[in-house]
Design a protein around this ligand. Structure first.
Ligand SMILES: O=P(O)(O)OC[C@H]1O[C@H](OP(=O)(O)OP(=O)(O)O)[C@H](O)[C@@H]1O
Ligand SMILES: NC(=O)CC[C@H](N)C(=O)O
Length: 627
């Protein structure tokens, strides 16, 4: 695992509900599912670039034939790499005899990746190195078909270490400490027990080969998943396929990680983002459903499916950062939420520029912040409508003044372009500073030197590196009197532990600002005091003690300190930072109230353990992950 802040992982599942023959007839190719899965995965490439994997299971093949196939890759463009390899198999068949591509029986007997159940994964590793061994899907193999298991997930458990220990206490000997293996083994353990339970129940009644079918027909996946997941503390959308073709996607009880599905009579499809399902299958957004938190979508061997409750639901706390930054902004709901985030910042922005729209230029830092910018544009226009009305209704305007009021146009400009697609989050820390200075270029000749204030919106300020190392220096060269950085997200104060690797508190510029304020105010002893209180806790999950440190200061004090920290010493413009309030974030994204990054209110008890541990690590000078 590199030290960079991570995005998410993405999952993609397709279950063909008809025989392969049907798709060959209708779509003229045996590659129907492959092509759709490719789109489903490429459209989620924003969620993981450390590696990718695809697994395929054939239902009902005779003993002796391979029925689970898998490719994984950590190449530069892992999804392309995998699908190229899969495609090569069909190119070979084409060369051999093109008519075989229409022969579903022959294909399923002879060619891998011609099965009915597909599972794809894009990885941003949070646990374990960026090596192919850590790529999902992971396999748990057995000579008994119904004991085979393939798993891929978007997840992080705050108690991965305890889960591992439990497996060892059971007498197991996992081949790796990685969290995906731990989860795989955990589900696998209860899958084994379920196999045994059904075997014991029916053993007198059927002969052995027949018994295998009876086990598969009676397998209670809801029970397996309930027993496997009840010890998980974390955020997860965990997808799996058994060797006999039953598939599932289970979502954490607080709905932290996203999971959507869509179906028709040909397919059942699951993905982390709606945009991907829309693109791959032309689905209508309104027909794409969200897996209910605490439920599993279970697809039987025969293609029937339903949601089943697996764990009691918790208060829904879906990750708000998905809406602010991670997920693709072309999802109509996300687009309008991002706009709303921009619009809601207007009162703070107007205050910051002293209501002087004449000498202000508005712009944004590409790419994610673009919709928030459009929201900001709408907000300014709304403000101007009210302003014009009030001026006109005052009745005191001369002809010339009236014309000026009606003519006035706010200045919205594209000042920053980003010509490298690579997101700065994905490079490791050392390369990152180097990289960010080359990623952006500025539009000169728009700002009136020493006269204009520049208001520029970004989606989030995490470490402040993008601003400090690159953007502010470049913007300063345009000559503004003042630069107001607007963040559509509130101050990121607390670590995440539910799917993204943001668990080292010292990385956050808001945390560094809080430390600086403690020092300035002579409150440095509080750090030691909180540290000792955490060490004395009998259960770190009880409460988040780091909150006590932030509670010493107002939001504005922290914002001011952040602006001091990120403003490079050698620039001329005054710099200030405006952050979204948590109330406005929640109002803009009412279905995604998971705001622990900003509030420290974690949706599971393990979150408190992570933040307390992260603080202990900081105090002890340990630069390691806190879960
Ligand atoms: O404060 P920092 O730690 O530097 O991180 C915050 C920046 O990182 C992200 O940009 P990214 O380059 O991923 O761009 P995007 O907007 O194109 O997604 C995000 O949009 C912020 O601009
Ligand atoms: N971002 C994720 O969901 C990571 C999944 C898993 N924890 C891994 O590291 O592979």
């Amino acid at each position: 695992m590199s030290d960079s802040i991570k995005h998410e992982c993405g999952i993609a599942m397709i279950r063909l509900r008809k025989p392969l023959e049907y798709y060959i007839q209708k779509y003229g190719t045996p590659l129907y599912a492959i092509n759709r899965l490719y789109v489903l995965m490429e459209k989620q490439s924003n969620r993981g670039q450390d590696g990718a994997g695809v697994a395929n299971v054939k239902i009902e093949v005779p003993p002796g034939s391979r029925y689970i196939s898998r490719y994984r890759s950590v190449e530069n463009r892992p999804v392309v790499d995998i699908f190229k390899k899969i495609n090569e198999k069909f190119i070979e068949v084409q060369k051999q005899d093109p008519s075989l591509l229409k022969n579903s029986d022959w294909l399923q007997k002879n060619i891998a990746f011609t099965g009915e159940v597909w599972l794809g994964h894009l990885r941003y590793g949070t646990h374990g190195k960026n090596e192919i061994e850590n790529c999902h899907p992971m396999l748990r193999q057995s000579n008994w078909r119904s004991r085979n298991l393939v798993v891929a997930g978007n997840f992080n458990m705050t108690n991965a270490d305890e889960l591992f220990k439990k497996l060892v206490d059971l007498g197991q000997h996992p081949k790796d400490t990685g969290d995906t293996i731990t989860v795989l083994e955990k589900i696998g353990h209860f899958l084994d027990e379920e196999n045994q339970r059904i075997f014991d129940k029916f053993k007198g009644q059927y002969e052995n080969p027949e018994l295998s079918d009876v086990i598969e027909d009676n397998m209670d996946m809801q029970r397996v998943l309930h027993r496997a997941c009840r010890d998980f503390d974390g955020g997860y959308a965990m997808a799996g396929i058994t060797g006999f073709g039953a598939a599932f996607v289970v979502r954490d009880p607080a709905g932290i990680r996203p999971a959507y599905y869509w179906y028709d009579d040909e397919v059942v499809v699951v993905a982390s983002e709606r945009v991907a399902i829309k693109a791959a299958f032309g689905a209508k957004y309104n027909d794409i459903l969200e897996i209910t938190p605490g439920n599993a979508l279970i697809i039987n061997k025969n293609g029937d499916f339903a949601e089943h409750n697996v764990l009691p639901r918790l208060e829904k706390k879906s990750c708000s950062f998905e809406r602010i930054y991670f997920s693709r902004g072309s999802d109509p709901n996300i687009y309008s939420e991002r706009k709303e985030l921009g619009r809601r910042l207007i009162p703070q922005i107007l205050k910051e520029i002293n209501y002087d729209l004449e000498n202000t230029v508005f712009s944004y830092i590409p790419n994610t912040a673009e919709p928030a910018f459009y929201g900001m544009v709408e907000g300014i226009e709304q403000y101007l409508t009210t302003w014009r009305k009030e001026r006109i209704q005052s009745g005191s305007l001369s002809e010339e003044e009236l014309e000026k009021v009606l003519d006035f146009k706010p200045r919205f400009e594209k000042l920053v372009s980003k010509d490298v697609k690579l997101r700065t989050f994905i490079t490791n820390d050392d390369d990152r500073s180097e990289m960010v200075s080359h990623v952006y270029e500025m539009t000169h000749g728009v700002i009136r030197k020493k006269t204009d204030t520049l208001v520029i919106i970004d989606d989030s300020i995490v470490r402040g590196t993008t601003l400090e190392k690159s953007i502010l220096k470049l913007l300063d060269k345009l000559g503004p009197k003042k630069i107001v950085i607007v963040s559509s997200a509130p101050q990121i104060r607390y670590p995440d532990c539910y799917g993204i690797d943001m668990s080292k508190v010292k990385e956050f510029v808001a945390f560094r600002a809080m430390l600086a304020l403690l020092d300035e105010r002579g409150l440095s002893d509080m750090k030691e005091e909180v540290y000792q209180r955490i060490l004395a806790m009998d259960d770190l999950r009880k409460e988040n003690l780091v909150k006590d440190l932030f509670a010493q200061f107002t939001d504005d004090e922290i914002s001011k300190k952040i602006s001091e920290i990120i403003a490079p010493k050698d620039i001329e413009a005054e710099v200030s930072v405006v952050f979204q309030t948590v109330e406005n974030l929640n109002a803009a994204c009412p279905q995604h109230l998971g705001d622990w990054y900003f509030t420290g209110n974690y949706p599971t008890p393990g979150g408190n353990k992570v933040v307390n541990r992260a603080f202990v690590n900081f105090m002890e000078g340990k630069y390691v992950r806190a879960y």
